[in-house]
Write a protein that binds this ligand. Sequence first.
Ligand code: NAD
Ligand code: TYD
Length: 350
Amino acid sequence: MKKILITGGAGFIGSHVVRRFVKKYPEYKIFNLDALTYAGNLENLSDIKNEPNHRFVKGDITDQKFIEGLFNEYDFNGVVHLAAESHVDRSITNPMEFIMTNIVGTVNLLNAARNCWKENFEGKRFYHISTDEVYGSLGDEGFFTETTPYDPQSPYSASKASSDHLVRAYHNTYKLPVVLSNCSNNYGPNQFPEKLIPLIIHNIENNKPLPVYGKGLNIRDWLYVEDHAAAIDLIFHKGADGETYNIGGNNEWRNIDIVKKICSVMDQKLNRETGTSEKLITYVKDRAGHDMRYAINATKIKNELGWEPSLQFEEGIEKTVDWYLANKEWLQNVTSGDYQKYYEKMYRDR
Ligand code: NAD
Ligand code: TYD
């Protein structure tokens, strides 16, 4: 039996990865390690919580002793590392949490793997999940490839860039068997409503203003989360040692267009007159240092591993809206309490 440690498995992308691994690989034992910060939610995993090959472990990757102990106890065969602070706006308000979790936490995991595996790396793999934001910001043209120089612009992307460099340094220096991927913006079920798409869905439902930063002209390349989970599965099992793979949706949208698209889907789903939701659009103060455009060239993963996005955006956004409308209790639970305080603080001065 293979023992796989997945970190951040109670979060948005992590929960889809854990579900996929638990269901597809009954012969694996999946250890799902998560600190359950505001972004982690065991409700994301309610359908698989009793599966015999899934074990949830509450713990913090910044706790070096705890992480060492966990590796010594279970001697994992592989690590899929997703745990992170992931929201750019929060990184602008509080960078230190990003330094601690994204950098120090990653180094704790690298050290624990290295010490536990004791140079006997046969059959072992450390997979680090990262973001396209490490490459910085594009103008109107061009795409990020795996060889684009790093140029992170926010505390979030700088912390992720730093962790990527450290993972590669452990491969180069200690021969730790690693693989990395850098993915574009994800959307889909279970995303915390601080991120654009679920925030807009939530606000439309509640007839609240739809905050669009600046002029709404910034561009993101959106990928359905289950397609990211499929790519992660493929890279973990088939990716070449020491390599990096870019993952993207080939699906660029200006923010204002995506907000209008969600408005139109929501009007239909809520039986509201066409144009009702668009009236809620409110332009607000821009994000500090707001990256203009992200776009991925995903040729390498297509040519080498045969991965492509399976879902068109039309289908993906409908599925996403349907999920949020069918899971009002989930949304209610995650937006009660601290979320209100966060929202008021983040949007008060905009
Ligand atoms: P998320 O914020 O939804 O989830 C992060 C999870 O990590 C949460 O469950 C949280 O409880 C856990 N966590 C945070 N700090 C921790 C700590 N110190 N110890 C243990 N667990 C901790 O994030 P997400 O959107 O699912 O992103 C997952 C990973 O994918 C991140 O590494 C992120 O950088 C990367 N990524 C995200 C996107 C995206 O669009 N969301 C795109 C590309 C890459
Ligand atoms: P976000 O979902 O935070 O992802 P990221 O910053 O990692 O790309 O934001 C996506 C885009 O939407 C980004 O250009 C910022 C913008 N945005 C808004 O216009 N309004 C909002 O309320 C939020 C959260 C984001």
